[in-house]
Design a protein around this ligand. Sequence first.
Ligand SMILES: NC(=O)c1ccc[n+]([C@@H]2O[C@H](COP(=O)([O-])OP(=O)(O)OC[C@H]3O[C@@H](n4cnc5c(N)ncnc54)[C@H](OP(=O)(O)O)[C@@H]3O)[C@@H](O)[C@H]2O)c1
Length: 287
Amino acid sequence: MKVAFIGLGVMGYPMAGHLQKSGYQVCVYNRNQAKAEQWQSEFGGSIAPTPALAASDCDIVFCCVGNDEDVRQVALGDDGIFSGLPTNSILVDHTTASAELARELAAIANEQGKFFLDAPVSGGQAGAENGVLTVMVGGDETVFAKAEPVMAAFARFSQLMGPVGSGQLAKMVNQICFVNTVQGLAEGLSFAQKAGLDTDKLLDTIGKGAAGSWQMDNRGKTMCAREFDFGFAVDWVRKDLAMAFKEAEKLGADLTVTKQLDGYYQEIQEKGGNRWDTSSLISRFEK
Ligand SMILES: NC(=O)c1ccc[n+]([C@@H]2O[C@H](COP(=O)([O-])OP(=O)(O)OC[C@H]3O[C@@H](n4cnc5c(N)ncnc54)[C@H](OP(=O)(O)O)[C@@H]3O)[C@@H](O)[C@H]2O)c1
């Protein structure tokens, strides 16, 4: 099977590498070509000068860029994925983008006799590097059945959530839930430090009970040390929350507390923490 990967960022670079290592013939495209050359020297495969050329002859094209506008730029237009993608082939978008864009791209694919899946991921940089991402997918069951075994090269678990757009909606829920968990942890750990508790012992103990979470296991100790260099950036989470707020307005869903947390992340940006990771909510408390 011939596949292509568009966007070799923090996430895409290792994801495309896992595909090549799993035996697929991977053609990559990256806007900054030096990164594509670096990828090729590490993994092999081939490089294309445009997304359209990368997509030509492919059964499946994967894409993982920044936001809605970036996806539009790589998917549409003369050099875009759709102008090269053969009929009956699939575009799988791993970008965290809007559900609206997913529906728009699926309609374009449909008009051209091609297929589209929205497939945002969770698991961060470490998940991409270790090939253990979770993928939330929107689209048709038969299309998902074709793509799922290929995505297994970089994913531990993929789930079809429903029709196109459902993957992005599921990712919004993921973001709403995790930022609320991080804030709970930030308040608890700041309380513990003020109370003079041994936070290593505390985390090892309460992490085994009802308060335990992935965030507690993976970020608890670094939050206590006020270290915020562990992946998913504040700028990215605000982009994701903005999409969730837009969708919530349409649905009439109440995101009062999540909006308050978005305001906290804005405070962190204002003090220069744009690239800090999302556990930096604890920076609002004195150590
Ligand atoms: N990082 C995480 O922990 C994480 C976790 C889950 C989901 N995500 C989501 O995954 C997506 C990618 O994140 P990332 O961390 O890999 O981002 P990144 O490191 O900033 O990489 C972005 C990639 O997209 C390319 N790109 C961006 N805009 C483009 C455009 N207009 N035209 C062509 N190429 C473009 C960049 O090319 P250049 O190299 O030329 O700039 C780069 O290859 C985002 O939607 C993010 O929210 C990230």
